[in-house]
Write a protein that binds this ligand. Structure first.
Ligand code: SF4
Length: 516
């Protein structure tokens, strides 16, 4: 029986699955371009609106005719000319702002349905795409943003990530998964692509094969956040670089055919893995791929939390990269265009986004650094940011997101600015703010995190946050634990100040805020 026949036979399919049986999500691209962009917002059918995600488009809050559009950013690496196109789109359609997400993608808000075909055209013309940046399919692949220039990478994963991306993008065999399928492929020894919170992840490993040390990957499976967070588990497999696509495809096939489609909240790969266990899952993979080698030696040494601030030598002699802060991931179109021009004039004509919502400029001649960093733009987007603003991450929040309970970006800015004024620590403390339990702001992996809710106070019902602490992806990873119940948004900066003062007073020498 074909996999589509299996879904049709399943009487308990959730409502989204029933829509997907009638229309492939990818068909919405043509419907947007050739129908709705001409007939307008009010003509959009509710089922079709649900499929807009496959085109990388979401209806934005308060559902009055505007959309968010997300652009895939494979491994975070883009050419300067592509960055200029993104800046033009932000300027023309996105009210002059682009946002970097926690997967290093770029988002625009304020698009009208009539604008979208032109945005698709502009992206396509420069080799970028928003397709399948959202939806029940393989999302933008995260990787080492320093791929190819990283002094410490064991494998340059640039071409590997491109190969996997190109295989899955617009591939109708994999455009109807039970939920999203997030892939992480990195050769960095610093776990640059947050392996443990992806559905499938590859981190560097080595294995002695016929007396020769061969570099390849460990495989992690079943990670994901939201309200039921799971740290990915290691499979007992050593993947040679040439096997990465084959294994990623096999896992996606298993997920497509066996993943749960009854409840949306129970549809991610992590639930299937929980029920099967790693040994059964491994056997299912090898039924498709044929025999695979057992795990080699883990080569990951630490987790850098995706921060690259400062000025650093590259693997190429005489070349340097700089990591700069884009506060809360929001960048003005003019600044993005200027960074692209800097990359063209001073660097290797590339910009690299990070999972901490920041940007790297690479390939700069060492001797040009002193004059470069004097430029005015690096006062706004500094290479040495403030301790709190530079390490605070926020999801979209209720300004645009229909699922949000509270405001995130403005609150994050206020909290970070307050703490930067009040507290001076020798080490950064990573603060993540997420507007609802879905955790796009990655509450679980922060030193301190805030999750939005609502609380009754004497002034009525107010925005509020629960407080969490202790998240890390060092080693196997450890998710943040709840410290405090809902506290009104207006009070939250004082609560954080208290926690940080306690740490300041009691920390041992060189003790990091999170020590697991
Ligand atoms: Fe929206 Fe919630 Fe995701 Fe924030 S965490 S972007 S509020 S769905």
């Amino acid at each position: 029986m074909s996999y589509k026949a299996i879904w049709t036979e399943n009487k308990k399919l959730n409502a989204v699955e029933k829509v997907k049986l009638k229309k492939d999500g990818l068909d919405i691209i043509d419907t947007i371009v050739n129908k709705y962009a001409k007939t307008g917002y009010d003509s959009i059918d509710a089922d079709d609106m649900g499929l807009f995600k496959w085109a990388g488009v979401y209806e934005q809050k308060p559902k009055n005719g505007y959309f968010m559009l997300r652009v895939r950013m494979t491994s975070g690496i883009m050419r300067a000319e592509q960055a200029k196109v993104l800046a033009e789109i932000a300027e023309k359609y996105g009210r002059g702002i682009a946002n970097i997400t926690t997967r290093g993608s770029i988002q625009f808000h304020w698009l009208k349905i009539e604008d979208i075909p032109d945005v698709f055209r502009r992206l396509d013309a420069c080799g970028l795409s928003s397709f399948e940046a959202c939806g029940d399919c393989t999302r933008s692949i995260v990787g080492n943003p320093l791929a190819g220039i990283d002094k410490e990478e064991l494998i340059d994963t640039s071409s590997l990530v491109r190969e996997v991306n190109d295989f899955f993008l617009l591939n109708r065999d994999f455009s109807n998964l039970p939920r999203k399928y997030k892939i992480s492929i990195s050769g960095s020894v610093h776990n640059a692509a947050h392996a443990q919170i992806n559905d499938i992840a590859f981190t560097p490993a080595s294995k002695n094969i016929d007396g020769k040390e061969v570099l390849g990957f460990h495989i992690w499976l079943g990670g994901g956040l939201s309200s039921t967070p799971h740290l990915a588990k290691k499979l007992n497999i050593f993947a040679k670089p040439t096997e990465v696509l084959q294994i990623t495809k096999a896992v996606c096939t298993i997920f497509r055919d066996n993943g749960y489609r009854e409840r949306r909240t129970h549809a991610r790969l992590k639930f299937l893995l929980d029920d099967w266990g790693v040994d059964k899952f491994r056997d299912k993979i090898t039924e498709i791929t044929g025999p695979l080698l057992e795990s080699g030696i883990d080569k990951t040494v630490s987790w850098n939390a995706a921060y690259y601030y400062g000025i650093h030598p590259q693997k190429q002699q005489g070349k340097t990269f700089i990591g700069l802060n884009i506060p809360l991931g929001e960048i003005k179109a003019a600044d993005l265009a200027e960074l692209a021009s800097i990359a063209e004039t001073y660097g290797d004509k590339k910009l690299r986004t990070t999972l901490s919502q920041n940007i790297i400029i690479s390939g700069i001649d060492d001797e040009r650094i002193p004059s470069l960093i004097k430029k005015e733009i690096f006062k706004r987007l500094p290479v040495t940011p403030k301790n709190f603003l530079g390490y605070t991450i926020a999801c979209t929040g209720n300004e645009f997101c229909n699922l949000a309970i509270v405001n995130t970006k403005d609150t994050a800015r206020q909290i970070a600015n307050y703490l930067d004024e009040k507290i001076h620590l020798p080490v950064p403390v990573r603060i993540h703010i997420t507007g609802c339990p879905n955790s796009c702001g990655q509450k679980h992996i922060a030193d301190i995190s805030l999750q939005g809710g609502r609380v009754k106070t004497e002034n009525g019902v107010e925005d509020a946050f629960t407080v969490w602490a202790g998240g890390t992806l060092d080693g196997d990873g450890h998710f943040a634990e709840k410290l405090k119940d809902l506290t009104a948004s207006s009070e939250i900066k004082f609560v954080l100040e208290k926690i940080l003062r306690f740490y300041q007073k009691n920390a041992l020498e060189n003790e990091k805020f999170t020590a697991f």
